[in-house]
Each structure stands twice: as C-alpha cells, then as structure tokens.
Design a protein around this ligand. Structure first.
Ligand code: PLP
Length: 374
C-alpha cells in the first residue's frame, strides 16, 4: 500500500544526506568534544562547525546558539531561567501556545507566584495586538512568549512587529519558532527577539536534538548542574551525531527554501481547490493565507464521524492528524481550536494536514479520494 505522509507538523522524514552525515559522525567521530586528544579535538571541531553553520543561517553569532535535547527543553529552560535568574515577575503568553510553553508558564506561576496573562485571540487564530499593548501598560518585569507559527493552524505572528513592541515597552521577548525554523527566513540581526528555539525533527533532521538562540548578554543561567559544556549553559556531553545531523538538515532546508516553499504552496493551494470542488462546505480553521506548511480544515461531516476519521484515513495509508486529540476513546478538543471555534464546530471533525517537499499532487488526490469515502 502506498503511504501518504501529511503530518509534517508532528515530525518529518530525514533527508538522506542527513542520515549519511550522522552515520559518518557515529562511525568515525566517537571522541568526546571535551577531550583534549586528537579524537576529542576533531569532535569539538564538528561541534563548532555545526554551531557556526546554524548561526550563519539565522544571521546570529555562533556563541548565541546553545544545543539542547529538543524544543521542549529549550522552551522550559528559557522561561524558567527568565523567572529564576532574570527576576521576571510576569509572563504574557497566549492560550494557543504549545504545551511546552503553556504548562511551563503554569508551573512557574505555581512555584514562583508569578503573574501569567493571556493575550486575546481573534476568531481567525491571530493574536490581538491591541490587547497585547494594553497588557504591556502594566509596570512589571515581564517576558512575552508568543509562538511564530502555530503548529495546529499555521497562523503566523509578525515577529518583527511584536519584537519592536516588546522593545518599546522594555520587556523580554521569547518566541517558540519550532514550526518556522528551516521553513522561513529568520534574520536575528533584524528581529528584536531575545530568545528563540528550534527542534531538528521538524526540518528533516533527527529527533532528540534542538537548540536555543540566547541573545548575547541576556544573563540566562543553566538549568542543569554538571560539566562546562555549552559555555556552562547546558551541562551534559553533546550528542554530536544529532547536532551534526541537525546542522546538515538546516543547511539543506535553507539552501532549498525557495524551491521547497514554491512546491509546497502549490500543493496547499491544490488541496484547497480540490476541497472546494468535493466538499464545498468545508472551512479553514485559521486563515487561507496562513503558513504554507499547514492547513487545518473543518470538514462538513457530522460529529459522529469525528472519532473514527483518523483511523479510517490510516486504514487507507494516509497519515494526517486531527485538531483534537483522541485519548483512550474520549474526544478531548484541541486547546488551540477551543480558542477559535464554537462548541458546535468543535465537536465536528477538523483535520490538520501538514506538508513537506517530499509530498506530491498524487498524495493530495489520494487524501481527497479517501475523504470521499468517509
Ligand atoms: N513547540 C512547537 C510549536 C511544536 O510544534 C513542538 C513539537 O511538536 C514543540 C514545541 C516541541 O518540540 P520537541 O518535539 O523538540 O520537544
């Protein structure tokens, strides 16, 4: 059976070149980057070349890139150290953030008694900037944490605009850029953001590795106690093969950005056209001009189809995800869609279809054919 993978916001397939690079490092570069002998120095060289390459792609300096085990760790670290070490007393975030941010903010509220405020969300899933400015009128040491591209709906935040607003109000700005790194140009000299995070498995790199961009002189401190790795900001022997694979994946992503974006945008538009033809009553959750890698749609099926739709598609070899997570038989609505849809619509099946450059028009045709049998 031909498999159709349209769940690239969850994770992506590795590029063959990444596997090659990782295999080479695993086989030949087994030295510890902290060792002073030649094997260690060679490993250290790979580590620093990877850091430089990542920094160059984002127009940052190498020392501002700190390797972590994943995007979740990077988000946890930044928020926690901002409260613990930078004495942030308030986090302004939104209810549509990834749980790596939302649950961390809640934990910090409980542990440190900080204030957590949520910016209002417009019905199309965008942040209400007027509300953000209003929240910023309160005088309190604040960190704003708002994601760049929403992982469920693909709604995009204007990073530069929000960065300027934060700068004008003299507050820190963190953005979860896990869904946009490698898929959008991010110029860290031009965007006034203090912290961003990335996860390699979202851009055709390996799972279990990510990085944080920590702007110079931010004062952020380590979460872990241990060795002096990552300039003392992240103790633990570096996963060299993962890091080298991530750097290679990012390099390929940015080298192919324009062609991949064009190809994926064409597929996304083709899908919208086919849905308009076959299911004219479907609706887009978010905006039609959202980020090119994601399309979240409310299908015009009855609510009783909701529980089975993913299973049904999976039986036909199609991997997509739903706006709602099915947990042990009960249907828990997505916390993101819950902020945007009516209770009635929330019960109906929404699908998150997310693309990569590996997808083809045939994949979309197969999805449409399968949806016709629901
Ligand atoms: N933030 C966003 C927006 C995500 O989509 C994800 C992954 O699902 C994460 C954070 C977590 O990244 P990781 O899987 O590397 O922990």
């Amino acid at each position: 059976m031909k498999r159709v993978y349209l769940d690239n916001a969850s994770t992506t397939a590795l590029r063959p070149e990444v596997i090659q690079e990782m295999t080479k490092v695993l086989t030949e570069e087994y030295g510890n980057p902290s060792s002073t002998h030649s094997l260690g120095r060679s490993a250290k060289n790979i580590l620093e070349l990877s850091r430089k390459s990542i920094a160059k792609n984002l127009n940052a300096t190498a020392q501002e890139i700190i390797f972590t085990s994943c995007g979740t760790e990077a988000n946890n670290w930044i928020l926690r150290s901002a409260v613990k070490d930078l004495k942030v007393k308030r986090i302004i975030t939104s209810k549509i953030e990834h749980h790596a941010v939302l649950h961390t903010a809640l934990a910090l509220e409980k542990e440190y008694g900080i204030q957590v405020d949520y910016v209002s969300i417009k019905p199309n899933g965008e942040i209400d900037i007027t509300d953000l400015v209003e929240l910023l009128s309160q005088e309190k040491k604040t960190l704003v944490s708002l994601m760049h591209v929403n992982n469920e709906t693909g709604t995009v935040l204007d990073l530069e605009r929000i960065g300027r607003i934060c700068q004008e109000h003299n507050v820190l700005f963190h953005s979860d850029t896990v869904q946009s790194i490698g898929k959008a140009t991010i110029d860290l000299q031009a965007i006034p953001v203090d912290f961003i995070v990335a996860s390699a498995h979202k851009f055709h790199g390996p799972k279990g590795v990510g990085f944080a961009f920590i702007r110079k002189n931010s004062g952020l401190q380590s979460l872990f106690f241990g060795g002096e790795q990552e300039k003392g900001l992240r103790a633990g022997t570096e996963a060299l093969h993962q890091i080298a694979g991530m750097a290679k994946a990012l390099e390929f992503s940015y080298n192919n950005l324009e062609t991949d974006r064009e190809h994926i945008t064409e597929l996304r538009n083709y899908l919208i056209t086919q849905l308009e033809i076959e299911f004219p009553a479907f609706e887009i959750n978010g905006t039609a001009d959202g980020f090119y890698t994601v399309l979240n749609v409310l299908m015009p099926f009855s609510a009783d189809k909701t529980a089975m739709i993913l299973f049904h598609l999976d039986m036909k070899g199609i991997a997509v995800s739903r706006g709602s997570a099915c947990q042990s038989g009960s249907i828990k609505p997505s916390h993101v869609l819950a902020e945007m849809l009516s209770n009635e619509d929330l019960k109906k099946p929404s699908l998150r279809i997310s693309f990569s450059h590996f997808n083809t028009k045939e994949d979309i045709d197969m999805l449409i054919e399968a949806l016709k049998t629901i």
